[in-house]
Design a protein around this ligand. Structure first.
Ligand code: CA2
Length: 149
C-alpha cells in the first residue's frame, strides 16, 4: 500500500500564481499539486494536497493525518505560522512528522515573520526555494520512510 503524505496549505495560498509572483512565484497551487502527485507516483507515495483559509480546518486535517497514520505532513501554514499556538498544539498531538515549508524565506522578511510557532515542533523546515520547496519536502518524507525500513 502506498504511504500517505498530506500537503496542507493555509490562508491566502489559494491565490498563488495570481498575485505577488515576485514574492511567491508564478506556480499555482494546482500546478504544485500536479507536480507532487507525479513525484509521489515515482516514490509510491499518495499525495493529498489541501488548502484552507480557516485555522480549524488545518487542525482537523492534522488530526486526520494522525488518525490515518500518514508518513508525513508537509505544512505551509501561511501567516498562521506566526500566530497559531493551536496549530503548534495539533502538531505536537500527532505522531506524524511535520515538514514546515515556506515559498519565501520569512527570516529575510519583516520581523513579524521571523517567529514560527511551527518550527519548534516540526521535523524540519524548508524555506526560500519557491514551489521547489514542496518537492524537496516530499523527497525528505520519502527518505524518512527509507530510514524506517
Ligand atoms: O512564504 C510562504 O510560503 C509564507 O508561508 C506565505 C504566507 C506568509 O504569511 C508567510 O509569512 C510565508 C502568505 C501566503 C500568501 O499567499 C499569497 C499568494 C499569492 C498572492 C498573495 C498571497
Amino acid at each position: 500500500m502506498a504511504a500517505l503524505v498530506m500537503v496542507l496549505n493555509g490562508p491566502n495560498l489559494n491565490l498563488l500564481g495570481t498575485r505577488e509572483p515576485e514574492v511567491y512565484g508564478a506556480a499555482t497551487l494546482d500546478d504544485i499539486a500536479a507536480a507532487l502527485v507525479n513525484q509521489g507516483k515515482a516514490l509510491e507515495i499518495e499525495v493529498d494536497l489541501r488548502q484552507s483559509n480557516h485555522e480549524g480546518h488545518l487542525i482537523d486535517w492534522l488530526h486526520e493525518a494522525g488518525g490515518r497514520g500518514a508518513l508525513a505532513v508537509i505544512l505551509n501554514a501561511g501567516a498562521y505560522t506566526h500566530t497559531s499556538i493551536a496549530l503548534r498544539d495539533a502538531i505536537k498531538a500527532i505522531a506524524v512528522p511535520v515538514i514546515e515549508v515556506h515559498l519565501s524565506n520569512p527570516a529575510a522578511r519583516e520581523q513579524f515573520r521571523h517567529r514560527s510557532h511551527v518550527s519548534p515542533v516540526a521535523a524540519g523546515v524548508i524555506q526560500g526555494f519557491g514551489a521547489h520547496g514542496y518537492a524537496l519536502a516530499l523527497d525528505a518524507a520519502a527518505r524518512m520512510r527509507q530510514s524506517d525500513r
